[in-house]
Design a protein around this ligand. Structure first.
Ligand code: GLC
Length: 551
């Protein structure tokens, strides 16, 4: 019997745009390993991984949304190769599209509200078909896409039978609340008139607000982020204050099997015999040769979506200032996002061909190599509910440089912290001065204090960021909601499944990564192509690459 059902819009490797996918793709696996059968359910998008699987139809039904009938089916991944059962809801016409939230060219699908309301209703219809003793003991909803479920269970008569099942709502990103106008109110299933106020926030329907009110427990992905939501959460602050008793901050884990420097098949040189110095030196050499960067300078990298939350718009100027002042470091960025930031990075790479490389792409395999080969990873986030990249980087001996916010604050104490718990370099203000000083501190350590750096690498690589310790905290939350979850004999986590293995070293940047030639400087410097290494990769590097969904 499924004890915990995770309901989400993303689940790696089926569908991922960011950390939500990583978390929903690994938490159930480790819950299963702890003896609690947990499953995940997401919409059936027309994405590569999903299309390549065999699916077994386990339920067929229909829902009515805004007076029109939608047929759907729930399908289970055959063979359970992920270490937990994965279900998808096939809703023809709504999700059989090549993107998750947007067209591949970036245009958002205009019917997000209808899509996710329908998805949530389909999940509930399916659950209604279970014999009562076989129903999940907990429905664990993630982010606003499944945020109406706690309300629907309590206040929509058609789902009343499910109302005794406790719901837990996890906020991965409070910036996106899924709010929409009451003009689309007809999309909601019929509800008790008195429950209208429970989905409303400031005159709009707000799924996140309704979940904070109606879920039995609310968790966020770090303690600091929970605190920050009380200070600033796009208008929901008073609601968070009001509902504080049922809120918990639980830091995410990482899938330590996928992120294992000793076995990772996406990196050039794996960790052998615990020789960290050699592991870092070899991977750095591979990375630097590839991107034409010097090995005798620290490599500071950024990996991630180039959006406001991640603060990447501060980096081009920060890097430029540092280089113009004669700073001795080189920079590497990988990611896609806002056009302005992308172009700034391209331009910088063109201006400093041997010191800056920019790959405007999403490339899971290349990310692994960058974690393994860089000296530092920089994360200047404006908002960071948890952040996984700093944990990935530490696991690969790359020291994080982070802004003191959310989960970054909780996972990266500064190297100067008086209690000696330091793991990286931290800065407080989102400003060029603060970030510049942080880069300076990191680079100085690299140049002047290799002993400390070596010791720090050993320390961060030994930290246990795995889910094993975290799942128990979720079980405690479930139990506090009164859920009778009971562990069967603990199982060992199955071998990394082929689906999760990121095969082969990274690919060379795609042609679109070529920098735009800045008009004013045309002719002054050598070809802009230099910024985006065109040269064939070294023999060993040039193997086939598996490109996954965007970051
Ligand atoms: C979101 C947050 C990120 C967090 C992830 C997983 O992507 O922005 O900080 O790590 O969700 O919870």
């Amino acid at each position: 019997m499924i004890q915990v059902l995770h309901i989400s819009a993303e689940c790696y490797p089926a569908a991922k745009t960011g950390g939500l996918g990583d978390v929903v793709g690994s938490l159930p696996k480790y819950q299963c390993a702890a003896g609690i059968l947990s499953a995940a359910i997401i919409p059936k998008y027309s994405l590569k991984w999903i299309n390549n699987q065999n699916w077994i139809t386990v339920f067929q039904g229909e829902v009515w949304v805004n007076w029109s009938r939608r047929r759907f089916s729930v399908q289970q991944q055959a063979n359970n190769t992920l270490g937990y059962p994965l279900f998808v809801v096939d809703i023809p016409g709504l999700f059989d599209r090549p993107g998750i939230y947007n067209e591949p060219d970036g245009r958002p699908y205009g019917d997000e509200v209808e899509r996710y309301i329908t998805f949530q209703q389909c999940v509930l219809e399916w659950l209604m078909s279970f014999p009562w003793h076989d129903r999940p003991r907990i429905l664990h909803c993630h982010d606003h896409h499944s945020g109406l479920i706690p309300w629907m269970l309590k206040y929509c008569p058609q789902y009343q039978q499910l109302a005794p099942i406790p719901t837990v709502f996890t906020i991965h990103n409070g910036q996106y609340q899924g709010a929409f106008s009451w003009r689309s109110g007809d999309l909601l299933p019929p509800y008790e008139a008195s429950a209208r106020g429970l989905v409303d926030w400031n005159g709009t329907i707000n799924p996140m607000a309704s979940a904070v009110r109606c879920a039995w427990a609310v968790t966020t992905v770090s303690e600091s982020y929970l605190y920050e939501l009380h200070q600033s959460s796009m208008g929901l602050e008073s609601l968070f204050h009001q509902e504080w008793r049922k809120q918990y901050g639980i830091i995410n884990g990482i899938d330590a099997q996928v992120w294992d420097p000793a076995t990772d098949s996406a990196i050039q040189h794996r960790l052998e015999g615990g020789d960290i110095t050699q592991f870092k030196a070899r991977n750095k050499k591979a990375l630097c040769e590839w991107f034409n960067l010097p090995t005798d300078l620290p490599v500071i990298s950024f990996i991630g979506r180039m959006v406001g939350e991640k603060g990447s718009d501060l980096l081009p100027d920060a890097f430029r200032n540092y280089l113009n002042a004669g700073g001795k470091a080189s920079f590497l960025v990988l990611g896609t996002g806002e056009a302005w930031t992308q172009n700034q990075f391209r331009r910088l790479a063109w201006e400093y061909p041997n010191r800056v490389a920019a790959v405007i792409d999403y490339n899971e395999a290349l990310a692994h190599q960058i974690y393994a080969g860089s000296d530092f990873l920089i994360m200047p986030s404006r908002v960071e509910p948890c952040g996984l990249n700093q944990m990935y980087s530490m696991r690969y001996g790359t020291i994080p440089i982070v802004r003191s916010v959310g989960g970054l604050k909780d996972t990266v104490p500064d190297i100067a912290s008086p209690d000696g718990s330091g793991r990286g370099v931290r800065f407080d203000h989102f400003s060029l001065d603060d970030i510049g000083y942080a880069i300076h501190r990191a680079a100085s350590m690299w140049h002047n204090d290799p002993q400390t750096l070596r010791w720090l690498r050993e320390r961060v690589m030994a930290i246990d960021f795995s889910w094993e310790g975290v799942v128990e905290r979720y079980f405690n939350v479930y139990r506090r909601c009164g859920a009778h979850i009971a562990a069967a004999a603990p199982q060992t986590v199955a071998e990394v499944v082929p689906e999760l293995r990121v095969e082969s070293p990274a690919a060379l940047p795609e042609p679109e990564a070529k920098p735009i030639k800045p008009a004013a400087k045309a002719g002054r410097k050598k070809s802009p192509e230099a910024a985006s290494p065109e040269a064939p990769a070294p023999e060993k590097v040039q193997r086939k690459t598996k490109k996954t969904t965007k970051s």
